[in-house]
Design a protein around this ligand. Structure first.
Ligand SMILES: Nc1ncnc2c1ncn2[C@@H]1O[C@H](COP(=O)(O)OP(=O)(O)OP(=O)(O)O)[C@@H](O)[C@H]1O
Ligand SMILES: [Mg+2]
Length: 269
């Protein structure tokens, strides 16, 4: 793999070489999945949830242990938006054949009641409910689940920015996702979100629908000793100097926030 010009990445996951630590969390996540447990991953903003998720999903795909689906709910405002986004992700991952849409996927879109359109410029298909239709998210999620269940390998559905569902208006997004998860014990679900309080209360309060159905992982800042090794290694690999005191200062000033540390180390000068 080609060496990157700047080893301190500011977006997502590239490869293990540019990824600091997270070994323990990585093993915990793998262990939960291997034992058929669903997962909630939460932390403050920009600590590294998405990157860790991408690392995990990449690895499981590479090891041929599972098939994975990643969706980011950030742009969604309703369960219907979420459904359209997830359908698109299922198509991107499992619905294509060399000649276009697979027959199974066409049947799926039909039974959900979605219509298919093609981007006039790119020809890429897009799935949406037509105006005037009255989508039934619960039913549609069930149809998607039935489709994913038929894959030979276990499908892991990773849903990022999950706290977004609390902004859905007049809809019980939480209940829709809970019933989806509970109806499909064959599928694995990972919910990731950054509103710590909301994520924990949603999954931990007894009277909330998700109670006790999942394992919680609270992602803490990367430990100082690990980050120090990582920063030192990449500086020396690139012929640059940095002192222990400087690394300490960066870590303390950033309060351990991964993005902030990466940004400072990424910036020359
Ligand atoms: N283990 C790591 N080693 C090096 N860089 C990392 C690591 N984890 C995350 N990063 C970097 O830190 C930044 C924030 O990571 P990421 O986007 O994964 O966090 P997040 O918790 O998902 O944030 P948000 O709350 O905004 O969704 C990114 O620039 C990413 O490249
Ligand atoms: Mg994220």
């Amino acid at each position: 793999m080609a060496k990157l010009k700047n080893p301190f990445l500011l977006t997502g996951f590239h490869s293990v070489k540019y990824f600091c630590d997270r070994e323990r969390e990585f093993e915990t996540l793998k262990d939960h999945l291997a034992n058929d447990r669903n997962i909630v991953l939460y932390s403050w903003r920009r600590i590294g949830k998405t990157s860790l998720l991408k690392y995990l999903l990449n690895t499981l795909e590479k090891e041929k242990k599972a098939e994975t689906l990643y969706v980011d709910l950030l742009s969604t405002n309703s369960t219907v938006d979420a459904l359209e986004l997830i359908t698109q992700a299922v198509y991107d991952k499992f619905g294509k054949t060399k000649s276009g849409l697979s027959a199974a996927f066409q049947r799926l879109v039909g039974s959900i009641g979605m219509s298919l359109s093609f981007d006039p410029h790119t020809g890429i298909p897009a799935f949406s409910f037509s105006a005037g239709s009255s989508p039934k998210p619960e039913t549609s999620f069930r149809v998607l689940g039935e489709f994913l269940k038929t894959r030979k390998q276990t499908v892991i559905v990773a849903i990022d920015e999950f706290q977004r569902i609390s902004n859905y208006q007049n809809q019980n997004g939480e209940a829709v996702f809970r019933s989806w998860m509970q109806s499909f014990p064959e599928l694995r679900f990972i919910y990731s979100g950054s509103h710590r309080h909301m994520m924990t209360s949603m999954f931990a309060e007894k009277n909330r629908p998700f109670y006790r159905s999942t394992q919680l992982l609270d992602l803490e800042p990367i430990e100082y000793s690990e980050y120090e090794k990582f920063i030192r290694y990449h500086f020396s690999e690139n012929g640059k100097e940095i002192t222990k005191a400087q690394i300490r200062e960066i870590y303390v000033w950033s309060r351990g926030q991964t993005y902030c540390i990466q940004l400072i180390c990424n910036t020359p000068g």
